[in-house]
Design a binder for this molecule. Structure first.
Ligand SMILES: Nc1ncnc2c1ncn2[C@@H]1O[C@H](COP(=O)(O)OP(=O)(O)OP(=O)(O)O)[C@@H](O)[C@H]1O
Length: 372
């Protein structure tokens, strides 16, 4: 295993008045794959360039394998890097490209370098391409060479900034798998910048969600999806419905939210997520995943359900998606997702009740910002 731990403590980057990164603290374990995910301008690349050593932090510390590297020059940090533009040397063959960082380091014999290059070519399944030049390779192949070159000197930490951004969807997905396979095989610690949430969720052990230079949440993909700590993360990860109401009663066990005269929802705490306590009357926003609701014929849903009318019914392969306009809030419509294992039960204009799984809904103050 070549990976080393990476620790960011109170990392900050100021450009004039603006803070590109504010107080970023992350502890990444050796061999862990971590993505920095966030909208454009959220500070992902700035964080990465500080880890690489191209930008000095305005405050905070960076440690690799327990050693403080905050003010160490980039070439002394022993970090591998892959960026969106492949940045292979066009005048060097694939073999020479991969050998380049090994030659620069001057620590390996010629024969050892040749052997390592062969191994890397095999690892990225490009053994037959050693004598070609970059422009004789496809985009995906070039990106694999860039990965091989970055991994050739066995860096304990590998930084990748949107490495697949320039590739089409199919190639991108194949490369995601490839990078993950290589990373697991070598045990390298990876910090991966992307604004593509599917990419972050499928590849990462943990994902750091950033917005406006702030860390919003750091956790495993399932945790971010099931237990978002803020309205921003709830909105940003996956599909989410939001309905506003006000607090009737709130304890550590449950929060009761009145959505309308007729409808009151009881949101229960689970073992993993305690509801926050709110004062009665507080304006609250309830967040519910489309797949955590069920549709029933109007009148069958009980008092805790939301009455509505089907606005649209769609079949998207594995699921039906219903858009349901709420009876007492016609401007709001909710998306309900149902496995498509039977016939489509409801049609446009059908009156329905939406039954919400009260243990799977989340509640936030309306004052909290969403992702949109
Ligand atoms: N050299 C610089 N001088 C001034 N401001 C900068 C500089 N580099 C970045 N910024 C600002 O810092 C903020 C964060 O930028 P950064 O590139 O880190 O975001 P990002 O999350 O990587 O975005 P993207 O997904 O668009 O690449 C932005 O508001 C950006 O304009």
């Amino acid at each position: 295993m070549i990976g080393q731990s990476l620790s960011l403590a109170g990392l900050q980057k100021r450009y004039g008045e603006a803070l590109a990164v504010r107080e970023l603290s992350l502890d990444i374990a050796a061999g862990e794959f971590v993505s920095l995910l966030g909208p454009s301008g959220s500070g992902k690349t700035t964080a990465l360039t500080m880890i690489a050593g191209f930008e000095a932090p305005s405050a905070g510390r960076i440690a690799i394998g327990g050693r403080d590297v905050t003010f160490l020059a980039p070439n002394h940090r022993n970090i591998g890097m892959v960026f969106q533009k492949y940045a292979l040397f066009p005048h060097l063959t694939i073999r020479q490209n991969i050998a380049f960082p090994l030659r620069m380091r001057g620590r390996m014999q010629k024969t050892a370098i040749a052997r390592r290059v062969e191994e890397m070519l095999e690892l990225v399944q490009l053994s037959g391409y050693a004598e070609r030049y970059p422009n004789q390779l496809s985009g995906g192949q070039q990106q694999r060479v860039a990965v091989a070159r970055a991994l050739a000197f066995e860096p304990p930490v590998l930084l990748m900034d949107e490495p697949l951004g320039a590739l089409d969807k199919k190639l991108r997905e194949a490369m995601q798998f490839e990078i993950k396979r290589l990373q697991e095989r070598l045990g390298a610690t990876v910090v991966y910048v992307t604004h593509d949430q599917d990419e972050a969720l499928t590849m990462s052990d943990r994902v750091a969600i950033m917005s406006d230079g702030r860390l919003m949440q750091f956790g495993a993909p399932t945790e971010l999806y099931r237990q978002p700590k803020t309205a921003f993360v709830a909105d940003f990860i996956g599909r989410m419905n939001f309905i506003d109401g006000d607090c009737l009663d709130s304890t550590a066990e449950q929060t009761v939210v009145r959505l309308s005269e007729r409808t009151v929802l009881t949101l229960r705490s689970t073992a993993n997520e305690r509801t926050r306590k709110y004062d009665a009357g507080t304006a609250l926003r309830v967040a519910i995943r489309p797949e955590r609701m069920r549709l029933m014929k109007r009148g069958d849903g009980g008092t805790d359900s939301l009455a509505g009318v089907v606005d649209a019914a769609m079949f998207i392969g594995s699921t039906y998606i219903y858009l349901v306009r709420l009876a007492d809030r016609p401007q709001a419509s909710l998306q309900v997702q149902v496995p498509a294992d039977g016939v489509m039960q409801f049609q446009r204009n059908d009156p329905v009740d939406i039954v919400v799984d009260g243990a799977a809904a989340h509640v936030f103050p309306v004052t909290e910002r969403c992702a949109a």
